[in-house]
Ligand binder design. Structure first.
Ligand code: ZN
Ligand code: FE
Length: 251
């Protein structure tokens, strides 16, 4: 049986996710306890685990209240344990993790924060603020080379891997992407679908790796159109990536 995933909007544009696997039920990146508790009780589910992709408060703010209320186990990046409230289990790439009888792949993807990780559960990647739909996280604790290496690691996941991100930034990310690659037909079509979904009040999650590789400018540093837009036809991948990130910072 595959896992069941529920999107839980939190704060203004954050997403937490419930992940149900048999008797085990995790929440990924609870910003705040209220919406998570409501989503759990609407389904009669009992929380067993709290997973954090990184230490930022908008991803861990609900840890302590949820842990206390449910006795849930907090799982997060071992290398950043000191900054994860209530952490019980520190994980990394070599440890992986085991959830509801499933092997969970842990990918270390530093740059947004030093300790950022992505959990891959049954073909679902929870990327936090590292990879967004058509975007990527800001470089708070890393440089362009570090983020490019982290994104390249995610790009090695199978194309069918579903991508569940930490924020609903998709539409504005897509508008930025079009400034660099207006001729990308997959991008144009995706933006039509995203605008329709957002206009109807729906989430744009999930994406998948194949779609990200086709439309996300941060993964498309070798696109001739993007390079031409930047005037960087001959530059190295990290330089192109860094320039895209720099422009997005002030978009
Ligand atoms: Zn963050
Ligand atoms: Fe965030």
């Amino acid at each position: 049986m595959s896992v069941e995933i529920v999107v839980v909007p939190c704060l203004s544009d954050n997403y937490a996710y419930l992940v149900k696997a048999g008797d085990a039920c995790a929440v990924v990146d609870p910003s705040e306890p209220g919406p998570v508790t409501a989503a759990l009780s609407a389904r009669g589910w009992r929380l067993t685990h709290i997973l954090n992709t990184h230490h930022h408060l908008d991803h861990t703010g609900g840890n302590l209240a949820l842990k206390q209320a449910a006795g849930a186990i907090v799982v997060g990046p071992g290398k950043d344990a000191a900054r994860i409230p209530g952490i019980d289990v520190g994980v990394d790439e070599s440890s992986g993790w085991d959830f509801g009888g499933r092997k969970v792949q842990v990918l270390e993807v530093p740059a947004h924060t030093r300790g950022s990780i992505t959990f891959v559960i049954d073909g679902n990647a929870f990327t936090g603020d590292t990879l967004f739909a058509m975007g990527c996280g800001r470089l708070f604790e890393g440089d362009p080379g570090m983020m490019w290496a982290s994104l390249s690691k995610l790009m090695r996941l199978p194309d069918a891997t579903k991508v569940w991100c930490g924020h609903e930034y998709t539409e504005s990310n897509g508008r930025f992407a079009l400034t660099l690659e207006a001729g990308n037909q997959a991008l144009q079509e995706r933006m039509k679908r995203v605008r329709a979904a957002r206009g109807a009040g729906q989430t744009s999650m999930p994406s998948d790796m194949g779609l990200e590789k086709a439309t996300n400018p941060f993964l498309r540093v070798s696109s001739p159109e993007i390079r031409k837009s930047l005037g960087m036809e001959q530059a190295g991948d990290v330089a192109v990536f860094g320039e895209i990130r720099r422009r997005k910072d002030s978009f």
